[in-house]
Design a protein around this ligand. Sequence first.
Ligand code: FAD
Length: 376
Amino acid sequence: MRTDVIVIGLGAFGSAALWRLAARGVKVVGIERQAIGHPLGSSHGTTRLFRVACMEHPGLTAIAQKSLELWTELGERTGETYVRQTGSLNVGAAGSRPVSGALRAATEAGAATTSLSHHELQSRFPQYGGLLPGDVAVWDPGAGICFAEPTVRAHVAEARRLGAEVYPHTMVTAIEPRADEVIVRTPTTEFHADQVVVCAGAWLGTLFPELPLTPRRTPMFWFAPKDPDSEAFRLANFPSFIWELADGRGLWGHGSDNGFAVKVGLEGAHSHITGFAADDLDRSIRPIEDIAVLASAVSQAFPGLDPAPVQVLPCMVTDSPDGQFLVGRYGDRVVVAGGDSGHGFKHSAGLGELLAQQATGETPYADAAFIDPRRF
Ligand SMILES: Cc1cc2nc3c(=O)[nH]c(=O)nc-3n(C[C@H](O)[C@H](O)[C@H](O)COP(=O)(O)OP(=O)(O)OC[C@H]3O[C@@H](n4cnc5c(N)ncnc54)[C@H](O)[C@@H]3O)c2cc1C
């Protein structure tokens, strides 16, 4: 089969690239090893945090804003909501990463933010039980939550509507760039194209072993309030947050609404093991290292939550050495996207647009040098 562009891997990044290529009228084929919206990679579950004043790098603000613009446009067409902007809190000591990083995004990328003193934080958000006297917050009014699996499915459905061909349950076994084309092989077929966009998530390092990528086990947890009638932990009252605790670990999450419970995760938990191949992720949930450790942090931070999780799902992220994505050209006929480092979903539509621009030779809408895969 011959086409213009092949996208390999249709999780958050690849499904968005497929959509943005199809939106340009490019003849594009998407190949996914599993079902569309499956729970075995990094993009499953109901929600992800959406932030604009991104603590990880000021360059991410433009990419989050592009995601918002594209998801708003898509939602106007489909009648669905892909982002809910409730605002979010970056909490910690004045010099902590969430606080200083959000302020840097405000200064360098023009993200709108408001600083909250310790007193303002405590009085407006009494759910926070374990604040230290020096803890303050930065309010990111453009932030909120985005919807994970429904968005991946919507990207693919929209791409199909615009003419993309999609092959789920099809594993790519080889990518062979040649002078005049790139050949992509599966166990039963070979595809020929001008360009390939490889978005294989935790498996990107299997296809390109020289890339410095490390899958990391990171289960997801949901909680309920102790008082089932309490409104304190509803999304409208308990918007998304990232909180650097005194010991340097990070708590993050958001409130509940119809269809999802309160989500809380712990960054820096030692059950977040690395050093495994993506196919070998340990999907079992550990009563002590996963549940007891997080329950202890939750009971100190949010005393109104029942610390026993109501739901747990295995998941993994893929770390890069500097915590930034690897997105961009990686050869004359190859573009890659991976190394999500645990903060990629909110950027997926914006990255899909960048990937489409890179695959078609357009000028990128944002500076992508800080995520160039060849920087290592
Ligand atoms: C617990 C947790 C919490 C998170 N919280 C947030 C958050 O709050 N905000 C945020 O923005 N981000 C968050 N993230 C990160 C976000 O979910 C990821 O950045 C994003 O989902 C990565 O998408 P991806 O497309 O790179 O990977 P994936 O979704 O895993 O997609 C890769 C796809 O490639 C396919 N594939 C692999 N190899 C092949 C092959 N050989 N042939 C064909 N297909 C192949 C796989 O099956 C898979 O579908 C979180 C992640 C986790 C795990």
